[in-house]
Each structure stands twice: as C-alpha cells, then as structure tokens.
Design a protein around this ligand. Structure first.
Ligand code: B16
Ligand code: MG
Length: 219
C-alpha cells in the first residue's frame, strides 16, 4: 500500500550543513557580513542563489551586486564547499539511515532522493549510496524551489508512483511544506517541524515499522 519513500539529502541522509556553513562563512567574512550557526538554520533546504540572497540581505548588501557578480560569489562558495566534500565518506551517513533504507527495500518499495543540492550526485557517491536509490532528482532541472511541491512531484512522476501513496522525509520547514503540498505523507526530522504528519527528533528514531504505523493511522 506504500509505493515509494522520497528522502531529502542534506540533514536526513547526511549532515553537510556544517560544510555549507563553513563555506558561506568564509564568503560572508570576505563581504564583511557576519553569520553564525543560528543564522545557518535559515539556509537549510534553500537553494544556493537563494541562500546568497538571504546572506546579502542579512548584511544589508542586497543591492550591491549584479546578477553576474552574485553568480560569481555563489560559485566561489561552491568551490570551497566541494573542497570540504572530499572529506565525506560512508561513515558520514546519519545513524538509522542504512537500516531504514534496508527495511524499505526489503518490502519492494521504491526509494528516491529529492535534494535541491546541485552536488547531490557527488554527495551520494562519496557516501557510497549512488547505486542505492531508484531515482535522484536533478536539482538543475527544477524550476521552483521548496516549499513548491515540484521536486517531490518530479520524483514521484519519474518513479511512476502516486504521491498520495508515498512518503517524504525532510529536515527543513520548507521541505515539509513541499511534501505536504505534493499530497505525500510528511515525516519530519528535528524539533522545529510542527507541521509534519509524523515527527522524530533525530534520524536514529526513523524506524520503518513506526513510520508505516503512523501512515496507516492517518489514511
Ligand atoms: P548546493 P537538501 C540543500 O540540500 C541544503 O540544505 C542547503 O543548505 C543548500 O544551500 C542547498 O541544498 C543547495 O546546495 O549549493 O550544493 O546546490 O536539504 O535539499 O538536500
Ligand atoms: Mg535538508
């Protein structure tokens, strides 16, 4: 009765938020803008250029750069981020995730990845998960960012499954909104996700039997 489970990547499968933070911080320092880890929470699930806009706004510098200059700044951040990614290995898969994936696959349920990161392929490869998922959305082809449901609907369409019979797992508020708008059942990781249909505090608590039970109780 469940067709597919679609995973967010950063914050659900692995925690690259710290690398994103360090790379953005280096760029922000250079622009005389100060950001801390608390501010970084606002960037979770937000695309690269939108993240840059939020940082510039935070430093009151949103009108200081042309689109071309902004793209150059975003590329600069990405180069540094990719440098950090070379540290990533299968040990960086978050606790509970390998077992969850195994349990879902044992039931013949499809799994997909819906990440707004253009580095999703590189990250999955570094984690040794590039052959694990049935489909990974290409973020470059997505026109509207989360909370728009486009990325989750694309994943369902490519897997040829009904969103209403599918589950999405997210760590960002915009991500939960995107899952809900797509008609899927929303599982939230972290304590800020009040709108999720089912919530856990961390990935260790993502147990397949419990998720299934919560899904069955709701439909
Ligand atoms: P990139 P997700 C998101 O990934 C991150 O949470 C967010 O912080 C980042 O800015 C975004 O990917 C874009 O990443 O610069 O690599 O294209 O949570 O949707 O997996
Ligand atoms: Mg995320």
């Amino acid at each position: 009765y469940i067709d597919a489970v679609i995973f967010d990547l950063d914050g659900v499968i692995t925690d690259t938020a710290e690398y994103h933070f360090l790379a953005w911080k280096a760029l922000a320092d250079q622009l005389d803008i100060s950001i801390d880890r608390e501010f970084n929470e606002n960037l979770k699930g937000v695309s690269r250029l939108d993240s840059l806009e939020l940082i510039l706004k935070h430093g009151n510098r949103q009108n200081d750069f042309s689109l071309l200059e902004k793209e150059t700044l975003a590329n600069q951040k990405n180069e540094l981020y990719c440098h950090y990614l070379t540290n990533l290995s299968p040990e960086d898969i978050l606790p509970g995730i390998p077992e969850l994936i195994r349990n879902i696959k044992e039931e013949g349920i499809l799994i997909g990845v819906a990440s707004v990161s253009k580095n999703a392929g590189t990250v999955l490869q570094a984690l040794g998960l590039n052959l694990t998922f049935d489909y990974c959305v290409d973020a470059a082809k997505i026109k509207r960012s989360k909370p728009d449901p486009e990325i989750f609907l694309t994943a369902c369409e490519k897997l040829n499954v009904d969103p209403k019979k599918s589950i999405g797992i997210e760590d960002a508020v915009v991500g939960i909104d995107a899952i809900t708008a797509s008609g899927m059942f929303a599982v939230g990781v972290g304590n800020i996700l009040d709108k999720a249909d089912y919530k856990v505090e961390n990935t260790k608590q993502l147990e397949w039997t419990k998720i299934k039970k919560a899904y069955t109780n709701l439909i």
